[in-house]
Write a protein that binds this ligand. Sequence first.
Ligand code: GDP
Ligand code: MG
Length: 439
Amino acid sequence: LADRLQNTIQKIRGKGKINEADVKEMMREVRLALLEADVNFKVVKEFVKKVSERAVGQEVMKSLTPGQQVIKVVKEELTELMGGEQSKIAVSNRPPTVIMMVGLQGAGKTTTTGKLANLLRKKYNRNPMLVAADIYRPAAIQQLETLGKQLNMPVFSLGDQVSPVEIAKQAIAKAKEDHNDYVLIDTAGRLHVDEALMDELKQIKELSNPDEIFLVVDAMTGQDAVNVSKSFNELLGLTGVVLTKLDGDTRGGAALSIRSVTDTPIKFVGLGEKLDALESFHPERMASRILGMGDVLTLIEKAQANVDEEKAKEMQQKMRTASLTFDDFLEQLTQVRSMGPLDELLKMMPGANKIKGLNNLQVDEKQISHIEAIIKSMTKDEKIHPETINASRRKRIAKGSGTTVPEVNRLLKQFEDMKKMMKQMTASSPKGKKKGGFK
Ligand code: GDP
Ligand code: MG
């Protein structure tokens, strides 16, 4: 989404004063950016109106940093648009609590059913049963059974000859008997919303009286995800939405429209194929993602908790001027290690989503100790001027660190990419521009 928006934000961020014309220009960009991100046009219109009103109001105009203030307003309103945080799951006072999973084929229902069961056990200490009620898709039952095995949880199935309605009914009875306090019904999907599917889901709903009906939608499908949500909500009355595949390169605009079109909260997001890749939905983080600013706030919070302030400032300065050396890198690495997995931290960095190679920049703990060893085997001069590290030096460093030349090469390349990224960030920030202007 956000190239365009980001440019405008950069432009406006450093401004000492802004007037209504500035706001107008920015709102034009915001509007286009949101439309490009597949946000429903009615939603966009409402949104821009709201933000404009606030932006030309006192709170912004009187502020010392109006540019930043406008960005703050945009972010707050985006967050508001997506609703508060709502990751609670219903608990029935007459167990089992029944959760029905619905959605189109391939959206991620079966996977999410497994993830949710995993979460219920891990976080809430529950004892769920999975129900295989998709009798149409080949191997759907088997897929759920495999997940059940991985989780060591019961999967209820009556094969593919018994109607899903009957399966649901018997499953709930069985769960009562076995003291499973949650029943997660994995239902069938179609490629499109159709009547037969909806009829079946309605019947399952009537019979099993679910406490939650979660719609699973694929974030990659953009505006389609919104239309699908609308249809399912009209027919079934959803209690929540799970947005999957947000780990992919999606623009996330669907998240905005879903909430305002269906008035159903997004409760969880899927961030990968593994069973633990389900997280509560954080509207604020999503707003940052949509704004393309990276998860700056989280990053700063984490950094503040772990890095002492002096050093952090120094680091920031270096990052800004892109004069990073391998010594800094090593120091950074050591500090960052205590903050969490490195690839996740990098994802939170502003502008990081623009750098293609970054997705491949996965660093595990073992690699980190190799990286440390490699850097320690460099001479002082090499650390400051890595471009002088030629083939024979690479060999020497590999030997000295007990690693291999390809590993050394990889690190040098990654370091180069990181510097490039910082340069890009610097080049597009108003501060950087001013500095450059002195030359
Ligand atoms: P269903 O037809 O709705 O039951 O969808 P499935 O659960 O079978 O998922 C379809 C595909 O999407 C599978 O390959 C899943 O591994 C994948 N998938 C589901 N959720 C996610 C997610 O959050 N991220 C990624 N990357 N893949 C996902
Ligand atoms: Mg399925």
